[in-house]
Design a protein around this ligand. Structure first.
Ligand code: SF4
Length: 292
């Protein structure tokens, strides 16, 4: 039941007439001893952690270890509820939740790396805001999680999900691709549309630098996660509206990896370029180092 590319997975889904989530579940069952209850239990645990990490910082904001984060998720939530949101309720909620997860990560709290700690806000942010807005059950969310896992697995296997290896496009870009595909499946889109949404999400963030200030997964990581959320939603919406991307997922994954590895080392998690390399970024880095 294993698959090695979007092309083979799409073929498999067509042969069995199943969505990506079902194919991923079958793969998990095959590799994990065949117990459906065990797969479901893992999904439930992951979902519980995702929801808690997205919402705890809104109820009780905490300052991060590096001191660059603390309280942003609550500010975002307050603005979302003020009636003044430019983005609308689903997107602004998703941004707030995604930023919350990054606050938990930056205080060494428990998160689900999806696919990494730095990009851990995108998927929970999208899924929780989707659940609350569309009023869907956890079972629908579990399908979205399985779908997203398949995309993450393919990117990990065939491209990269590491900022140090291929820039933020490989972390937040990958998370955004996972969330875009999940949204399309949960909205009833086809397997082909899921891959198209994931490819579009990747294409939109192509070349994104990894440039954490002081080398800490705090800033600009937190706001990048909210951009990952917005990118996932816009890609899913464009694909559901019938807009097409000419580049297939497998080719886009390869392109993403190639672009990432051609980024100079300053833009791959060394904290020497981009936001980290600005005078203010450097000054903050020095200040944090002196106090640690
Ligand atoms: S900037 Fe780097 S460390 Fe921060 S989220 Fe992006 S890839 Fe991860």
């Amino acid at each position: 039941m294993d698959f090695y590319s979007a092309e083979t997975l799409e073929l498999l889904c067509a042969q069995k007439n199943i969505p990506i989530s079902e194919a991923m579940k079958e793969r998990e069952l095959e590799l994990g001893g065949g117990k459906e209850a065990a797969v479901m239990e893992k999904l439930e645990i992951a979902w519980k952690i995702m929801k808690k990490s997205a919402t705890d910082p809104i109820a009780k904001p905490e300052r991060s270890i590096g001191g660059l984060l603390g309280g942003e998720a609550k500010k975002m939530q307050d603005y979302s509820q003020s009636g003044k949101s430019l983005c609308g309720p689903m997107l602004s909620k998703a941004m707030s939740y995604a930023m919350g997860v990054l606050e938990v990560n930056a205080t060494m709290g428990l998160i689900v790396a999806a696919p990494t700690a730095g990009s851990s806000g995108v998927l929970p942010g999208v899924l929780l805001a989707y659940q609350q807005t569309r009023e869907v059950s956890d079972d629908v969310i579990f399908k979205g999680m399985l779908n997203a896992s398949a995309i993450g697995y393919l990117l990990m296997r065939n491209a990269s999900v590491s900022g140090a290896d291929a820039g933020c496009q490989a972390e937040v870009g990958a998370a955004s691709a996972m969330a875009a595909s999940a949204l399309v499946e949960m909205e009833g889109g086809s397997v082909h549309m899921c891959f198209a949404a994931a490819a579009m999400a990747m294409s939109n963030l192509l070349g994104l630098a990894c440039d954490p200030i002081a080398g800490l997964v705090e800033s600009p990581c937190q706001t990048r996660n909210s951009i990952g959320v917005a990118n996932a939603m816009t890609a899913a919406e464009m694909i559901l509206a019938g807009i097409e991307l000419p580049i297939p997922f497998d080719e886009m994954a390869e392109a993403m990896c190639r672009v990432g590895r051609s980024l100079p080392f300053e833009l791959r998690e060394t904290a020497m370029g981009g936001c980290a390399g600005t005078p203010t970024g450097c000054a903050l880095g020095c200040k944090i180092c002196k106090h640690s």
